[in-house]
Design a protein. Structure first.
Lengths: 433, 186
């Protein structure tokens, strides 16, 4: 065996800004930095749109219609504006954007450490170190699956999956499946696995219920039109709570079908409460299912009331269907509180319980007592450090592809001013945002 | 013209509650409370519990007075009926927790309450505690709570109040979710 001598890579370079992650957000930032004539690189651990290539299940489609897909200077121009992109189409879209803007992407470059150094940062990668004045964290909000502690008590015979490791029903054995979580992901997986002939039990906590189409138009059109997607992080009552809201129960299908808990019940999925523990091979569920469904139903009705009021106030600019209200979520009189996994032949548990970003390589003191990144609408609590793409980061739409542009315009302007002023000058966001 | 915003008054100091929320967000240690009760056997199934001190905000605290609660069982259980049965205290705890929550949430949402009445019923199959059928659990097989609320609000707003009070209720959480219980002998 040849012994490779340990050596330090020479600095890969010095730039003003290092953007970490070549997904849609990192690339959009690259475009805006270029508009400000700011020298930068985009470091990517794999290929452009890496997690869309490798960490998504096969049937996934965007929750937003194609006409909504846009990035700074770029928009969907295909033949199906009302359709929803598959993962390969998303990869194509983001790839196309990278080519269009000529982004300075360094692929297959994994960042292993970021440390403050000499008034700027040193970004250590497996292909050398970068020195820079500012760093943009665009590695995404989905670094690590947030799996509840109860998972550790599951019997060893159970296969556990997350949306990062689940691909399609064919990878499962014939046993029953417990899907934990009632976001868009949880409902989509429950639906396709139940359709594959396996029995699915769905553990339901707090959730957001939405019809795919309302009064003839995609719900995303409404959320955009009435201004909900533009609501700002510094305007809502409780931003901590707003950032924890799970994705709305939506699916993008050619039929534009609504996927809700009632539809799953009709297909034979059993609904139980939030997973609260596992003891002696039994999964335990909260008795709060009824209230969680009642809250989601009430919230849906309030949303639809708001949409109808908006139509009354603005007049319908196009042909709209009549106002609709949807049947309350049907719950068994006594949903089960415990399930003996072995006795019921449940062999797989899928945790669709959300994600948290992975900043294990970020060695800068910018975390709160719960390990969350401290930031003010994407301006991280250390000079020259920015973040992108987190849930409700600056606006309710921040985590969506179409929500990126407003955020990167604000933050790139802030970054440009702070580079001009040097780090001693504090830049009020209002000045640019 | 002098416009005064109409302000609901349900006797809940929401500003103080919101202030506490803010303060405890910044000082998570102070948020750790310990609730306590002592209980002494009187005779038969009759016992008396006392609630007085508790721990919170980093120090020992106490109620203005020591509250006493007699618990017993009804005469059809061949007992003397000196107080409510322990399971009825669970209903009392749930009802009073949800009701307090409704008042606080209503205040925060500027909804004036005129009356709030809760009626509770819990089913229980005695074959459980008597050991007749091992498949029957000891505790309730379900709890039903019915609220009658008169307030300056729509039915939808009242339903949302009741939903939010469950979401924030300690006792609702205690009865709907498992809790580790350690019972020891000194």
């Amino acid at each position: 065996m040849i012994r490779v001598p340990h050596r330090r890579y020479p600095p890969a370079g010095t730039v003003d800004v290092v953007v970490i992650g070549a997904g849609h957000a990192g690339l959009a930032m690259s475009r805006c930095l270029a508009e400000h004539s700011i020298d930068h690189v985009v470091l990517e651990r794999g290929e452009i749109a890496n997690s869309w290539r490798r960490e998504r299940w096969d049937s996934l489609r965007l929750l937003t219609p194609n006409w909504q897909s846009r990035l700074p200077g770029y928009a969907y121009r295909g033949p199906d504006p009302d359709g929803y992109m598959s993962t390969s189409e998303v990869v194509e879209f983001i790839d196309g954007y990278a080519r269009f803007i000529g982004a300075p992407v360094r692929p297959h470059t994994t960042v292993t450490s970021v440390v403050a150094e000499g008034g700027g940062y040193r970004v250590v990668t497996d292909r050398g170190d970068w020195r820079c004045r500012a760093v943009v964290l665009a590695s995404g909000a989905h670094g690590l699956p947030a799996v509840p502690a109860a998972a550790t008590a599951l019997p060893r015979s159970i296969t556990t999956l997350t949306p990062k490791t689940y691909r399609n029903p064919d990878q499962l054995d014939d046993g029953g499946v417990l899907v934990v979580g009632a976001s868009a992901t949880g409902l989509q997986l429950a639906d396709e696995i139940q359709r594959s002939g396996r029995h699915v039990t769905l553990a339901v906590g707090e959730h957001i219920r939405m019809p795919r189409v309302y009064r003839g138009l995609d719900i995303q059109w409404w959320l955009d039109a009435v201004g909900i997607l533009d609501e700002r992080y510094d305007e809502v009552d409780d931003i901590v709570r707003a950032r924890r809201v799970p994705s709305p129960q939506l699916v993008g299908t050619p039929e534009r079908a609504t996927l809700d808990l009632n539809a799953l019940t009709e297909r034979g999925v059993e609904l139980v409460g939030r997973l609260v523990g596992v003891a002696d091979g039994k999964a335990q569920f909260s008795g709060s299912l009824r209230n969680h469904c009642a809250m989601a139903d009430l919230k849906l009705d309030r949303l639809l009331d708001r949409l109808d009021r908006w139509v009354e106030d603005h007049g319908a600019s196009r042909e709209l269907g009549p106002p609709e209200r949807f049947a309350a979520t049907r719950i068994d009189a006594a949903p089960r509180l415990a399930i003996d996994l072995a006795r019921e032949r449940i062999s797989t548990v899928i945790f669709a319980t959300g994600f948290r970003p992975d900043y294990s390589w970020l060695h800068v003191p910018v975390f709160d007592h719960k390990g969350r990144l401290k930031h003010d609408g994407g301006v991280v609590a250390a000079p020259g450090l920015y973040v992108l793409g987190l849930n409700f980061m600056r606006r309710r739409k921040s985590s969506f592809i179409h929500g990126t542009e407003d955020d990167v315009r604000d933050l790139s302007a802030h970054l440009a001013s702070s580079l001009r002023l040097g780090y001693s000058g504090r830049v009020p966001l209002e000045a640019v945002g | 013209m002098n416009i005064t915003a109409i302000k609901a008054d349900n006797g809940v100091n929401v500003e103080a509650l919101l202030g506490a929320r803010q303060a405890l967000t910044e000082a998570p240690e102070a948020a750790r409370f310990k609730w306590r009760a002592t209980c002494e056997w009187i005779g038969g199934t009759h016992s008396r519990s006392v609630v007085h001190g508790f721990f919170g905000l980093g120090t020992e605290q106490s109620h203005k007075t020591a509250f006493r609660y007699d618990a017993d069982h009804p005469e059809i259980f061949a007992a003397e009926d000196n107080g409510a049965t322990p399971v009825e205290y669970v209903l009392v705890a749930l009802a009073s927790c949800l009701t307090a929550g409704i008042a606080a949430v209503a205040q925060n949402r500027n909804i004036q309450l005129r009356s709030v009445k809760a009626t509770l019923e819990a089913g229980m199959d005695l074959q459980g505690i008597l050991g007749i059928d091992s498949e029957v659990r000891n505790g309730f097989d379900g709890i039903k709570v019915v609220f009658e609320i008169d307030a300056d609000a729509t039915d939808q707003e009242i339903a949302a109040l009741v939903a939010q009070s469950q979401r924030r209720s300690a006792v609702f959480d205690i009865v709907t979710n498992p809790t580790n219980v350690a019972v020891e002998v000194k």
